[in-house]
Design a protein around this ligand. Structure first.
Ligand SMILES: N[C@@H](CCC(=O)N[C@@H](CS)C(=O)NCC(=O)O)C(=O)O
Length: 229
């Protein structure tokens, strides 16, 4: 059976949504990143990047949430647009935009707003601006159609669903008011039974919640390291 290494954060959630939507049987394996389990040798053997999610599907190992979404969509032939060069171009463009822009800028905006030590006004400004700019592009796209690719619910909407609920945490309370189309998509997807099942991820394991020194050392080790030269 497919193994799914997860915690309750946005990137694993996207994959959980796909797994629940597709009905693929899977076994969830919790990785408590605040306890440093992502750095254990057995986990590093399947993901040298020391992050969740990862799937192990027989002999196949896939890490990185958007790679996993594409792999699973191609494996099952579901949640993809029709196989034309035009539709494939749009799929790949939006997937890479989410993978290389929305996710990383959102992650850094969360970090500098909520976790970075000291006062970092320019870093905060930079990541707030870029995260907001990326979400604006997603919102404008969703103003043109029900889903990112128009009429069809695809892995792109699942990828957005993982991160979008964190917008207030990354951009400030009330930030969601600027993204009415994203809010509309979230409400639609949240009402799906698969999304409700995916959201139980956080309850399937007693994940550590405290952000104490062990957690900070596991997730943000640079805080304790030397300053760059
Ligand atoms: N590009 C990766 C990023 C994965 C990622 O940042 N995962 C977070 C949870 S959402 C994690 O494992 N954090 C633990 C850590 O940074 O040590 C993906 O999309 O899967």
């Amino acid at each position: 059976m497919l193994k799914f290494y997860y915690n309750a954060a946005p990137n694993p959630l996207k994959v959980a949504l796909f797994l629940e939507e597709s009905g693929l049987p899977y076994k969830g394996i919790a990785v408590d990143t605040k306890r440093g389990q992502q750095h254990e040798p057995a986990f590093l053997a399947i993901n040298p990047n020391a992050k969740v999610p990862v799937i192990v599907d027989g002999d196949v190992v896939v890490f990185d949430s958007n790679a996993i979404l594409l792999y699973l969509a191609e494996k099952t032939g579901s949640f993809l647009p029709e196989n034309t060069p035009t539709a494939r171009g749009a799929l790949l463009s939006w997937l890479m935009f989410i993978a290389s822009g929305v996710g990383p800028f959102s992650g850094q905006a969360v970090h500098f707003r909520n976790f970075a030590p000291g006062d970092n006004p320019y870093a905060r400004k930079r990541y707030d601006f870029e995260a907001r700019r990326h979400w604006r592009i997603i919102d404008d796209r969703l103003a043109q159609g029900r889903y990112i690719l128009g009429d069809q619910y695809t892995i792109l909407d699942m990828a957005v669903w993982g991160w979008a609920p964190r917008i207030p945490y990354m951009l400030g309370e009330g930030a969601m008011d600027d993204f009415a189309n994203i809010a509309r998509l979230m409400a639609e997807l949240d009402a799906r039974p698969a999304a409700q099942a995916a959201l139980t991820l956080k309850d399937r394991h007693a994940f550590k919640v405290e952000m104490d020194e062990e957690s900070l050392r596991s997730m943000y080790p640079q805080i304790f390291g030397p300053d760059p030269v």
